[in-house]
Design a protein around this ligand. Structure first.
Ligand code: HQG
Length: 180
């Protein structure tokens, strides 16, 4: 499949499955799943053609594995990143000593006073490697990487979750666990 087309469809899928299914008149269940046939039909109605093979290609080849099928591939959902309330039944996991968060300079003073907050999403997003954090921050300008003392946080009772595509998620990161 053409890279440009795949990227365009992936972006639209992210938007629909994480933030705004109603844009194409789609309903997600409480766990964030959309019916695959309904998704394909509704894409069509809104003049965005996609067939099952293309969807399968995207699920398998998306650079961050953003989407997942259920076992029989009749349903699809985003693995993380939602702003709408969905219950992903994420697995709790024990993080490594340090996790990373990529942001930009203009947010630092607020982060220093409030810690890392979910903002519009369901979780604060963290990564196991600095490179990912660098890319995440880089979407907004010159990236600033914050180091999270995740082991201490976990010891203090904060919960961490690992999404199906290996993004670390938590509810909040208090400022005392952040190295600026
Ligand atoms: C910042 C992408 C002010 C935070 C990425 C970030 C990620 C605060 C922004 C995923 C703050 C929220 C999520 C506070 C945090 N005051 N600003 N107290 N606490 N912020 O997009 O982490 O490619 O909701 O630093 O790869 O940037 O789409 O979160 O800059 O995994 O799959 O508020 O989105 O994934 O922005 O990115 P976002 P994020 P995809």
């Amino acid at each position: 499949m053409d890279n440009k087309i795949t990227k365009g469809i992936s972006k639209l899928l992210s938007y629909i499955l994480r933030h705004s299914p109603e844009t194409i008149g789609l309903k997600l269940d409480e766990n964030g799943w959309a019916d695959v046939n309904e998704l394909i039909t509704k894409f069509d109605l809104y003049d965005k053609r996609i067939d099952f093979e293309q969807l399968e290609f995207i699920v398998e080849n998306n650079d961050k594995k953003r989407f997942a099928f259920n076992d029989d591939k009749t349903r699809i959902r985003a693995s993380q990143g939602h702003s709408i309330a969905v219950e992903l039944n994420l697995n709790q996991a024990e993080p490594l000593a340090y996790l990373y968060h990529g942001t930009v300079e203009k947010f630092l003073s607020d982060i220093k006073s409030q810690g890392l907050q979910k903002m519009t999403r369901q979780h604060v997003h963290l990564s196991a490697d600095r490179e990912t954090a660098n890319k995440v921050g880089g979407r907004r300008g010159k990236p600033v990487i914050l180091t999270i003392n995740s082991r201490e946080m976990h010891r203090a009772g904060y919960k961490f979750y690992l999404s199906a595509n290996n993004v670390w998620l938590t509810d909040v990161v208090p400022v005392e666990y952040i190295t600026f």
